[in-house]
Design a protein around this ligand. Structure first.
Ligand code: GLC
Ligand code: CA
Length: 558
């Protein structure tokens, strides 16, 4: 299989969720000043770019994913001038910047929506999706769709005697992308930020933007009823093509779409190299090693299942489109709690890092993941700021589950797990703020923090640095084809990469035991170079194998 080299294929990204990254002025909220302070740290990870979760003006119903002004910075985070400084300083360090483009919906506090809801004759009314109520008295929602955050997807506005659609929170009305004026606004937003110097976008729930005409009822489900009527909708490709025309006016724009429920074939319709309207898309199946579709429906961790998922995507996209690799983001619980072992935090953290970064695709690392931050357990639902945790908790209770059961789910699955302040050092509030942090600092911060990780050459942090460095230095780790071995093993994740006569072999021990490594017959380890082990004091080879330490991962080059 031929594979084309391209600048974007070689990149790796660090994701910042600004509110919890670093506070520079003592108000307890992360900000651009804090980001500026930490650019050297980010650079030291050997990543090539930063993805910022939304920094725009927002009432924070969904912490920035509800935008009230797309062309300005939330004053809690700083000013547009501060943002220019961040872009500039990042570029000086060779880091690209991608921003979140949230265009499926706006905030209900956006000027467009404030106008739209005034009356059906308002020029902005048609920027959103409105329908009359059903039933004799019109008191029934226009259709049976449910929000992605449990609850109805419709809200009544008396001034218009109509309901508006919100696939997420009631504060996030869906834009009417079928209205050409809305698409012009979006193109204006894209140009605004690219003109300011950023290098691309992560596109929020981008495959939701085109809804089936007439908004028919969906197949009834406990959550997300209606999804088949708006996911991968009829005009999606067309609209993305239109936005892509704007990207093409600029050199080297990076794009990565957040898409839910997309299989490999569908994804290639958008990222396939012959018809690319987005460079890359996130495939969420790689987070289904411990759940059915979403972590709220969790199972125990199943290594064979995870391996098969990876293999499927590695094979399907290779040479045709470009993959993305990630284990965490601002919507996901911490990966060591999911695929790893909290009793072997460091060991399993390094194992997971090696397991995914050595595959084909752009690696994304979420803030705190690089130091092995863990989930948080708070005593009651009131302590969880995320609207999604609140609505899921309520849904569990509504279906008759006890508070104890619902809280257990929240502990495992809440997005808040990823949103606790980054733990920089062992001083008060983990060095995140000199004031009162906006959200609980994980009480484990004296054990787990950047300063401690820096001091230990064998830490998770230093493992991420090494992995990203060897990925940069070895084309086979970027462009190599993928082969999986021992598909059904519950202990081993072993795969190889191959490119232009070079091979790499990645051997991951997914047990907490010292065990003899399984090495595929066609490899002679004594003829390879050990590029890295996740243990500095690893065992020597004996014959064509070695005794792997608990959760040890190795990368050999041939
Ligand atoms: C995406 C975001 C998530 C947000 C949702 C609605 O899934 O990642 O944080 O709540 O879209 O914008
Ligand atoms: Ca601040």
């Amino acid at each position: 299989m031929e594979i084309k080299r391209a600048w974007y294929k070689e990149m790796s990204f660090y994701q910042i969720w600004p509110r919890s990254f670093k506070d520079s002025n003592g108000d307890g909220i992360g900000d651009l000043g804090g980001i500026l302070e930490k650019l050297d740290y980010i650079k030291s990870l050997n990543v090539d770019g930063i993805w910022f979760s939304p920094l725009y003006v927002s009432p924070n119903n969904d912490y920035g994913y509800d935008i009230a002004d797309y062309k300005n910075i939330n004053s809690e985070y700083g000013t547009l001038e501060d943002m220019k400084k961040v872009i500039n300083e990042a570029h000086k360090r060779g880091l690209k910047i991608i921003m979140d483009l949230v265009i499926n919906h706006t905030s209900n506090e956006h000027y467009w929506f404030k106008e739209a809801r005034k009356s059906v004759d308002n020029p902005y009314h048609n920027y959103y999706i409105w329908r009359k109520g059903r039933g004799k008295d019109g008191k029934k929602a226009p259709n049976n769709w449910k929000s992605n955050f449990p609850g109805s997807a419709w809200e009544y506005v008396p001034e218009c005697d109509e309901y508006y659609l919100h696939i997420f929170d009631v504060g996030q009305p869906d834009l009417n992308m079928d209205n050409p004026a809305v698409r012009e606004e979006i193109k204006g937003i894209i140009r605004f930020w690219l003109d300011l110097g950023i290098d691309g976008f992560r596109e929020d729930v981008i495959n939701y933007i085109s809804k089936v005409e007439g908004l028919p009822n969906g197949f009834p489900l406990p959550v997300m009823t209606g999804m088949e009527k708006y996911i991968n909708g009829p005009h999606l490709f067309e609209y993305l093509q239109e936005f892509n025309e704007v990207y093409n006016e600029y050199p080297e724009v990076m794009t990565v779409g957040e898409v839910l429920l997309v299989n490999e074939k569908k994804m290639l319709e958008f990222i396939g190299e012959d018809n690319q309207v987005l460079k890359t898309m996130f495939n969420f199946e790689q987070l289904e090693g411990d759940c059915i579709k979403a972590s709220w429906a969790h199972t125990h961790f199943m290594l064979p299942k995870l391996k098969k998922i990876y293999e499927k995507w590695q094979r399907a996209l290779y040479g045709k489109g470009w993959n993305t690799l990630f284990l965490e983001n601002h919507d996901q619980p911490r990966i060591i709690n999911r695929y790893g072992d909290v009793n072997y935090r460091t060991e399993s953290g390094k194992l997971l890092a090696t397991m995914y970064i050595m595959q084909s695709g752009n690696p994304y690392i979420y803030q705190g993941q690089e130091i092995g931050m863990l989930n948080l357990e708070l005593p009651n639902i009131e302590s969880y700021p995320d609207v999604n945790s609140q609505t899921f908790y309520k849904a569990f209770r509504k279906f008759g589950f006890s508070d104890k059961f619902a809280m257990k789910r929240v502990h495992y699955s809440a997005r808040d797990n990823a949103r606790t302040p980054v733990q920089w050092d062992s001083t008060k509030n983990a060095g995140f703020t000199t004031g009162e942090p906006w959200f609980t600092v994980n009480p484990n911060y004296q054990e787990i923090n950047v300063e401690k990780e820096e001091q230990n050459p064998d830490s998770i942090l230093n493992c991420y640095r090494k992995l990203l460095k060897i990925r940069k230095e070895n084309d086979v780790l970027i462009y190599g084809d993928f082969t999986l071995y021992y598909r059904n093993s519950k202990k081993w994740f072993v795969y190889s990469r191959e490119f232009e006569g070079k091979k790499a072999l990645i051997i991951c021990n997914f047990t907490n035991k010292e065990i003899k490594a399984k090495v595929p017959k066609e490899f002679d380890l004594s003829k390879g170079t050990l590029l890295m082990s996740t243990y500095i004091d690893h065992n020597e080879l004996s014959g064509n194998t070695y005794i792997a330490k608990p959760y040890e991962a190795r990368v050999y080059l041939f």
